[in-house]
Design a protein around this ligand. Structure first.
Ligand code: HEC
Length: 151
């Protein structure tokens, strides 16, 4: 008599508990599902361009020729394409500079390397060679470019 009286109440409580437990969705996203943010190392935009030093070698024909020769000799073209027009690495002929276009930015890209596959050349090349490469890279698309592709 007593037992049969209590049973429905216990069953009801169990049902209520089950409903609450199942209805509650998980609040936090599962581990490892965070959005991937591409974050370049190097100059960070925001504070405006800092004053930039000029290329100490200048950009006369000899310097540009030397840069062109190094570009081929060190196989920059293997990744950036023959006239630096792009390959598995981004074009250096277009107007887009991921890491900045000033001489010191370009110098740093070459010397320090960049996050997504650009090797650092600072230990293999002298500063002079890197400045010559910088001058060459900056001459692309201009009338001063040595051995420019035929239009
Ligand atoms: C192994 C392939 C590879 C070689 C060899 C290579 N690069 Fe790169 N380079 C890259 C990649 C990939 C990037 C883009 C890196 C990134 O987005 O973080 C890059 C980026 C750059 C940038 C920056 C471009 C920008 O938009 O800011 C410059 C400048 C550059 N390379 C010059 C050179 C020079 C000069 C050489 C030869 C001494 C060279 N690279 C050799 C793969 C290469």
């Amino acid at each position: 008599m007593r037992i049969s009286h209590r049973l429905p109440a216990a069953g009801y409580r169990l049902l209520l508990f089950a409903t609450i437990a199942c209805a509650k969705p998980p609040t936090a996203a599962p581990e490892g599902e965070r959005a991937v943010v591409r974050q370049p190392v190097g100059p960070v935009p925001g504070v405006g361009e800092l004053p930039s030093a000029p290329n100490p070698l200048g950009n006369n024909r000899d310097v540009l020729q030397e840069g062109r020769r190094l570009f081929v000799q060190y196989n920059c073209s293997g990744c950036h394409g023959g006239r630096a027009g792009g390959g598995m690495a981004p074009s250096l002929r277009d107007r887009i500079w991921i890491y900045g276009s000033s001489p010191d930015h370009v110098f740093n890209s070459i010397a320090e390397g960049r996050a997504h596959g650009m090797p650092a050349w600072g230990t293999r090349l002298t500063d002079r060679q890197i400045w010559a490469l910088t001058a060459y890279v900056q001459s692309l698309r201009t009338k001063d470019e040595p051995e420019a592709p035929k239009p």
